[in-house]
Design a protein around this ligand. Structure first.
Ligand SMILES: Cc1cc2nc3c(=O)[nH]c(=O)nc-3n(C[C@H](O)[C@H](O)[C@H](O)COP(=O)(O)OP(=O)(O)OC[C@H]3O[C@@H](n4cnc5c(N)ncnc54)[C@H](O)[C@@H]3O)c2cc1C
Length: 473
């Protein structure tokens, strides 16, 4: 490329945050250029051709009924029909016991009551404690993020079994970190949205196609509205020109715009910040504001995630997905069933270890053999089936952790520097590290660009049943 390309807004990064920001702005009539350093869009929600396996692989990403902005974005891009929705969830114990949570016709907040009462994975004492615990999030969730989930569980005297079979798995799956790290504010939000507020907030949605294919439609939508998406374009420096406009420099060219949105994870924002050059008018205030942002980023920590991918010569169960209790592997996705592959092709399965710090130091063989041993306990057919191929995906920087006290260190989407905006799941969204958090941050940044912060935000899931009168929100 030669010369400088001009547009109204440059978006750096084509993860969920960048795609959401760019989609909102092109739909509002702005000209937008998205610069993404990888050869595909989707960011951490990506899939790729695994050379050794000869398969397109990804770490399964799920969404929930309360992810209203992500769902709306998918509807706009035409990918909503590529999400399979489940109202039923199965919890398996290694001894063969299965408990199912399914939405009933009772009005919220009682929609899960019949399932909870019949769950064999918990005793009566556990269930009474659980009901009492959920009452804490009846009207909403805590405004402060100072208490850890571990502390809350002790304070509300939750039983050891309910922590092992309910609270722990839900927190690990949604916040991707251990109970002692996560704040009750975010766990409370999850419990309120999924189990109390409405009968649709806790529905489980699973994309039925590989993730980069899923998000490619968002990129096509941006282009259909006149935007440009440039892949393999890593931004290496940002310069604010004399007239206040911004120039983004990549290895093969320069791009100019009135505004720029950095839709990056915090560690990539941290890397790029020293390569930002302000014009003279703003240079003075820049250093101080930069120090403040750097301090905020220094408070963020990552939490890892490990996926074990398995291909069997036959179907090992007729379940599409399940929670796996009391083992290192925590979740099971039957990808060949979710994606409706022909049964004769056998089972393509993913098992997941959330918050997998211990696995970072283990070899792939160690992780695989332990996962296979554990999987047999839940699905005896695994012993008879032939494992055709397998892979282990370790993501050391999968998510940021919603540690206690983090909220004050999540920056807003507007910055001290005119025309420079931040997005990314880690910025202030009131959501944990999720695709919905990414989309919200992108839409908030797009709103800030047009001077109307909430303009692009979808409405929250409405409270249903009795919660229409009882919910605070
Ligand atoms: C294994 C795994 C499992 C997960 N499971 C779930 C789940 O089930 N449900 C859920 O909701 N969330 C899940 N998440 C979290 C979710 O993926 C993230 O919260 C979300 O995708 C963050 O989006 P983002 O746009 O903020 O950041 P990112 O997705 O990280 O996007 C940032 C983009 O910026 C690009 N970039 C970086 N530097 C530059 C540069 N200098 N120039 C140009 N481009 C650059 C990157 O290549 C990337 O594409 C999971 C994450 C992982 C890794």
């Amino acid at each position: 490329m030669s010369g400088v390309e001009h547009s109204d807004v440059i978006v750096v990064g084509a993860g969920t945050a960048g795609l959401a920001a760019a989609s909102a702005l092109v739909r509002a009539g702005k000209s937008v250029t998205v610069l993404e350093r990888k050869p595909y869009v989707g960011g951490r929600a990506y899939s790729y051709e695994h050379p050794a396996l000869g398969e397109t692989v990804d770490s399964q990403h799920v969404l929930l009924g309360c992810c209203t902005n992500l769902i709306e974005l998918c509807e706009q891009a035409g990918t909503a029909k590529k999400i399979r929705w489940y109202d039923e969830q199965t919890f398996l114990e290694p001894n063969g016991n299965a408990s199912t949570i399914v939405t009933s016709d009772l009005p919220a907040p009682f929609h899960f009551a019949p399932s909870f009462l019949s769950m064999s994975m918990l005793g009566w004492k556990d269930k009474v404690g659980l009901a009492r615990g959920l009452m804490d999030f009846f009207r909403g969730y805590p405004a402060e993020d100072t208490e850890s989930v571990e502390h809350w569980l002790k304070r509300t005297k939750q039983t050891e079994l309910s922590i092992r079979h309910f609270w722990g798995p839900i927190v690990m799956a949604t916040l991707n970190d251990r109970l002692s790290h996560c704040s009750t504010r975010y766990a409370g939000k999850v419990f309120h949205e999924l189990f109390v507020k409405s009968s649709i907030g806790g529905r489980l949605g699973i994309p039925t196609v590989p993730l980069s294919e899923f998000y490619a439609a968002e990129a096509r939508m941006i282009e259909a509205f006149g935007g440009t998406v440039r892949l393999r374009s890593s931004v290496e420096g940002l310069v604010q020109e004399r007239d206040g406009r911004w120039r983004a420099n990549t290895a093969d060219g320069a791009y100019m715009a009135d505004a720029i949105i950095l839709a990056l994870p915090f560690e990539q924002t941290q890397k790029l910040l020293p390569a930002v050059r302000m014009n003279e008018e703003y240079a003075r205030g820049y250093e101080e504001a930069k120090d403040d942002l750097e301090l905020k980023m220094a408070r963020q920590i990552h939490s890892p995630y490990t996926s074990i991918l398995l291909w069997y010569d036959r179907e090992i169960t007729d379940l599409d997905h399940a929670w796996l209790l009391d083992t290192t592997i925590e979740w099971f996705f039957h990808k060949s069933r979710i994606r409706r592959y022909a049964r004769e092709k056998g089972s393509y399965v993913e098992v997941v270890i959330a918050g997998s710090r211990a696995q970072l130091g283990m070899t792939r063989e160690e992780i695989l053999s332990s996962a296979l041993r554990e999987l047999e306990m839940f699905f005896p057919e695994v012993r008879r089936a032939k494992l055709v191929k397998s892979g282990v995906l370790k993501e050391a920087r999968a998510t940021f952790s919603v540690t206690t006290g983090l909220d004050q260190f999540r920056p807003k989407q507007t910055t001290e520097w005119p025309g420079l905006f931040l997005a990314g799941d880690w910025t202030a969204t009131e959501w944990p590290s999720t695709m919905e958090g990414g989309v919200r941050s992108g839409r908030l940044a797009a709103g800030a660009v047009v001077g109307d912060a909430m303009r692009f935000m979808a409405p929250e899931t409405p409270a249903s049943g009795l919660m229409r009168w009882l919910s605070r929100e």
